[in-house]
Design a protein around this ligand. Sequence first.
Ligand SMILES: CCCCC/C=C\C/C=C\C=C\CC(=O)SCCNC(=O)CCNC(=O)[C@H](O)C(C)(C)COP(=O)(O)OP(=O)(O)OC[C@H]1O[C@@H](n2cnc3c(N)ncnc32)[C@H](O)[C@@H]1OP(=O)(O)O
Length: 302
Amino acid sequence: MALMVGARVLARNLLRPWSRLPDAVPGRTGPAAGGGDGVRCFGSPRVLVETDPAKGVAVIKLKNPPVNSLSLEVLTEFVISLEKLENDKTFRGVIVTSDCPGIFSAGLDLTEMCGKSQAHYAEYWRAVQELWLRLYLSNLVVIAAINGVSPAGGCLISLTCDYRVLADNPKYSIGLNETLLGIVAPSWFKDTLVNTVGHRTAERALQLGLLFPPAEALRVGIVDQVVPEDQVHSAALSVMARWLAIPDHARQLTKNLMRKPTADRLVKQRDADIQYFLQFISRDSIQKSLRVYLDKLRQKKG
Ligand SMILES: CCCCC/C=C\C/C=C\C=C\CC(=O)SCCNC(=O)CCNC(=O)[C@H](O)C(C)(C)COP(=O)(O)OP(=O)(O)OC[C@H]1O[C@@H](n2cnc3c(N)ncnc32)[C@H](O)[C@@H]1OP(=O)(O)O
């Protein structure tokens, strides 16, 4: 029942005409993300989309202060924005970045996984799955311009992209640190990392919950390029131009060849994966670990 409610909510959101989204910011024009006139903006307050139709490129900027945690709303709005871009043949590439200074994304929203109902957990997890599937199998060239720290789910978002550019700032670490929270990265998080850095590096990184600073991130291959902070966006645009020089059909079929077997493993057992998540996240010991971790984050200030 819970699964059906979750699926219905997501389906309703996905099918809702864009212009009727409650938070939509339709057709605003603004200064070009990549320079030049004709940039149009749409999206929602939490997921801004700047499009440059002449270049065929869009920029998705996550804006969920203070830390760009991936709440249910952010996940849903992100999927809707992606779908809109995928369906508009004007666009061939998208850059994913953050509008929150110093933070790419703090990952999954811990408050969505702590002290909530089973129905809520199921709805939330389906939304996490949906975003991963959409990003991982996107026909667009997807490039991450990582302009801030990127733990866990934040790292996962960038791992689904075709290429990762990281700003060279020692504070901007990246990795799947789930074990440090007392939780476990699901198998498809693990697969995404293994496909990027190889089995041994992934095993060590996952068990130890490693967060790599830029130079190390580049060395292990969890990012493809490290550039000075003020050049992240221009570097992402240069990389985009190179990837867009490849004929779409050949690149897309190749991407599919590389990624579909991994995605299919989740697609074939989506409901079972949700049940597994429900059992795991509802355990008293896991809820306790999450509460302790959240309390530590909150007390940091005091
Ligand atoms: C075999 C079984 C397998 C089953 C598997 C099933 C399930 C696995 C389940 C889950 C997988 C989860 C993946 C995740 O993504 S978990 C999230 C991991 N994220 C982190 O560890 C990052 C935590 N945050 C930080 O380290 C810092 O906040 C950060 C470095 C990002 C920024 O630091 P800064 O000093 O600027 O800001 P803070 O003061 O720390 O935070 C401000 C504010 O935001 C709150 N907050 C931070 N992160 C989160 C978050 N991820 N979710 C929700 N809220 C977050 C923080 O508590 C502060 O709140 P407040 O004090 O202002 O109320």
